[in-house]
Structures are given as C-alpha cells and as structure tokens.
Write a protein that binds this ligand. Structure first.
Ligand code: UDX
Length: 437
C-alpha cells in the first residue's frame, strides 16, 4: 500500500520505518528540516534501540523516503497522523495545534477513497471533529482513529508486534469500508494473531487515555505503598513481588521509585482530567489528581532523603546523579523525574553532576545550569553521594567495591530500587532505597 506518515517524532519515525518493513511504500512528512535530513540519511534523530538498523534496511529497499513537502501525500491511500499533543503551557489540557495543522495541511491532497488514520493521543471528541472536517473537504475520504501503545525503548518491536490493534471508525461497525483498508495495512501482524478490536471513534480515543491512566495509577499505587513502607519499616519491593504473584494484579508496573515521567503518562493523565471537566464528568477522574500528586511527591522525597544522607544540609555537597532520561534505553528527558530532582538539588545548594549514556545533549538543552559528565567514572569521582535515578543496565552493574574506591564518601540512594542492597552494604556503603528499610 502507499502510505504517508505525517509527523516524524518518536511515534511517526518508528511508524514510518515499521510500515515500510511490513512491505508498504511509505513517505514520512515533517516540518522539521533537520529531522527529515537525518531520517533521509538513515540517522535516527533520537535514541531508540533498533531504529537506525531498521531505517538502513528499509531505505535500501527504496520503500521509505522522507520530505518536508505535504504534497508528497498525493497518490497515497492511507495517511497516518503521528504528530505530538504536548501539554498546553500553563494548563492541563492537550495542545492540539499540531494535530489540527497536520490535518488541515493534508486536506488539499486527499483523493476519493483515501483513509486518514489518527494515531496521536488526543482528547476524546477530537476524532469526530476531524472526521467532519475531512468529510467536508473530501466527501469520499474517511477518518479513523488507531491509537498507538508503543513504549519508548521498545518502539520498533511494539509497532511490529503490538499487543492489540484498535480501530476507531464512525459508527463502530466492522462493516465500515475503511476497516478492510487498515486490515491490509496490518496484514502481517494480523496474520501473526495480533487481536484487533473495532470500536466507535470516542471509544478508540478513550482506550489510549484509559490505558495510560491505568499504568500511571499502578505506578502511583505502589509508590503510595512505598510511602507506607517507609513509615512502617517495611520493604515495598517484597510487597510488590508478593501482591504481583496474584495474576489479577500482576508484577509489571509495580516498581516503586522516583515515579513516572516522559512525554506521555504525565501529560496524558492531565489532559484526560481537563477533558473530563469539559464533558462535565470531572468527578470520574478526581483520583488521577491524587495519582499525579503521589508521583510528584516522589521527587520531593528523594531531595529530602539526599539531604538526610548529606547530614542535614545540601550546601556544597557533591551529588552525582546517574541517569537523566525518564527511563533507560531512551534519550528522552521530557518530564524526566531524574532531571527534575537533579535541578532541585542544585537549586538547594548541592554541586550536582549528571551523567547518562544517551540523554546528556537533551538534558543540557533543558537544564543548561547543571554540570554534565559523559564518563560514568568521571561523574562518580569524589562524589559525596550517588543517586541512581534512571536504571540503565550499566548503573545496575556497578561494582560496589570498585565504586567505593572512587567516591569521597560511600553513600548511595537507589531511586529505582534496583541495586542489591546487601552487596552494597557489605562493601561499606550507606544504602538507601525508596520504601525499603
Ligand atoms: C507509556 C506507555 O507505556 C505506552 O503504552 C504509551 O504508548 C506511551 O506511554 P513510555 O512513556 O515510553 O510509554 O514509558 P513507560 O515504559 O510506560 O514508563 C513510563 C514511566 O513510568 C517511566 O518514567 C518509568 O520509569 C516509570 N515506571 C514504569 C515506574 O516508575 N515504575 C514502573 O513499574 C514502571
């Protein structure tokens, strides 16, 4: 099939490459010339495992190209909208500027029978609004909503082998013409047995925000338990293992720590609350306010624990932060709890050094006032306290004896509860986890 992918960020670049991998002819379109130049040269504009290899592989077939020219969508039959929906400045609601602009830019290039497929995470009601605009411009074109559930760091495999495919169509019927077209797009995963659900437009939009809200709630639940464990002298990691063995609960997303961040969960739950308010259903989501509040308290807790570890004052203390990305295997620092904690500590008088295997450039752009070190050894050298805030494998693998020889004082705060605390304590470290005695 001939496909356009509009928006080539974390979602669109991966989607375009994966669609070409599935055998389609794909053009990726974005307004950012640098991004397009990078992608055209098979360079990923951000760190995502497997993406560059995939770009090289599919570009060699001639099935994938990138451009800034929206007219390249002409002649394609399926157009995916993959642009961002960040949080509006000073508000909880989602900023729809990019989705609206992408749709408006596409309209003059639509032909009868074309299918516009929204993938961006949007406030419920957006798809119906855009479907009407598409129908006005091209009465024989359709708009579908096909939410994306990919995780950064696993984006390629999540796109090629998703857990499920959700199609939102006007009316929610399997018989809608566009369902067959999307089935052809996803023929390979469907043949492999990936479940497919057809829903009406608002349900499809809600599936995405509901899924992200559930994940955020699960993380905040375990972080609330961590607060209790701290108060009661219990261990939240054992508690999570024990409740996680109940398969109604499950162990995934029960890792207590510094909380969730990134370009999705924080802004998505806020936009969901804002939208529920507009719909007069705000009470249904007041619990998400608490989810957000628990999450933000984690950052304060880490700052307080670091102060304790430093003997009551952060002034002049050399604090080394291991990890700046919002999670490992990513260079994304959007709403990264690690960076936000680093910046707080610096504001409160600590001398903070941040290191990360991939995210330093992005981090320096966001917080230029922090000191960054590429080398882990150099960052650790003469530290008064180490903070493990993003659980990259290389930090999990640190040897407590060798590391102790490098620091000024062997004190570590394990913000992700991933270090073997017995080993670190045996090596002479003062170890603090979150929600662990
Ligand atoms: C998320 C959803 O998982 C994905 O389905 C959706 O499409 C986009 O949003 P992503 O933002 O890539 O994906 O990250 P995810 O792996 O969900 O992690 C989010 C945050 O939660 C990270 O900061 C991570 O460190 C944190 N987290 C995750 C925890 O603190 N504890 C956990 O147990 C799991």
């Amino acid at each position: 099939m001939r496909i356009s992918v509009i928006g080539c960020g974390y979602l669109g670049a991966v989607h375009a490459a994966c669609m070409a991998k599935l055998g389609h002819e794909v053009v990726g379109i974005d307004v950012d010339e640098r991004k397009i130049a990078d992608l055209s040269a098979a360079r990923a504009p951000f760190f995502e495992p497997g993406l560059e290899d995939l770009l090289r592989e599919v570009q060699a077939t001639g099935r994938l190209s990138f451009t800034t020219d929206m007219a390249a969508a002409v002649g394609n039959s399926v157009h995916f909208i993959c642009v961002g929906t960040p949080q509006k400045k000073g508000e909880n609601a989602a900023d729809m500027t990019y989705v609206d602009a992408a749709t408006a830019g596409l309209l003059p290039h639509l032909s009868p029978g074309d299918v516009v497929v929204g993938k961006s995470t949007v406030p419920v009601g957006t798809a119906a609004r855009l479907a009407a605009i598409v129908k006005d411009a091209q009465p024989e074109a359709h708009l579908l909503w096909n939410p994306e559930f990919l995780r950064e760091g696993h984006a390629v495999s999540d796109t090629l082998q998703p857990d499920r495919l959700v199609y939102g169509v006007t009316g929610g019927s399997e018989d809608h013409d566009a369902v067959q077209i999307l089935d052809r797009v996803y023929a390979t995963p469907l043949e492999a047995g990936v479940p497919r659900l057809v829903a009406d437009l608002p349900t499809a939009e809600l599936v995405k925000t509901a899924a992200n809200s559930f994940l955020a709630t699960k993380i905040s639940f375990i972080n609330a338990m961590a607060e209790l464990c701290d108060a009661a002298g219990a261990d939240v990691t054992v508690l999570a293992d024990a409740i996680g063995l109940d398969d109604r609960i499950g162990r995934k997303f029960l890792n207590a720590g510094i909380g969730f961040g990134g370009g999705c969960l924080p802004k998505d739950i806020r936009a969901f609350m804002a939208r529920a308010g507009e719909l007069g259903a705000d009470q249904a989501l007041t619990f998400l306010r608490e989810v957000d509040a628990i999450n933000m308290r984690r950052r304060i807790r880490v700052v307080e624990l670091t102060r304790e570890l430093c003997g009551g004052s952060l002034l002049g203390q050399r604090v080394t932060v291991l990890g700046a990305a919002f999670k490992p295997e990513s260079d994304d620092v959007r709403d990264s709890p690690a960076l936000s904690i680093a910046a707080q500590l610096q504001l409160q008088g600590a001398v903070v050094t941040v290191t990360d295997p991939q995210a330093l450039q992005n981090a320096a752009r966001r917080f230029p006032e922090l000191h960054y070190e590429e080398s882990t050894d150099a960052a650790i050298h003469r530290a008064d306290v180490l903070l493990l805030l993003t659980e990259w494998q290389e930090y999990r693998d640190l040897d407590p004896y060798e590391t102790a020889a490098m620091v000024a004082s062997p004190k570590v705060l394990d913000g992700r509860n991933v270090l073997e605390h017995h080993k670190w304590r045996a090596a002479g470290w003062t170890y603090r986890g979150l929600g662990r005695p």
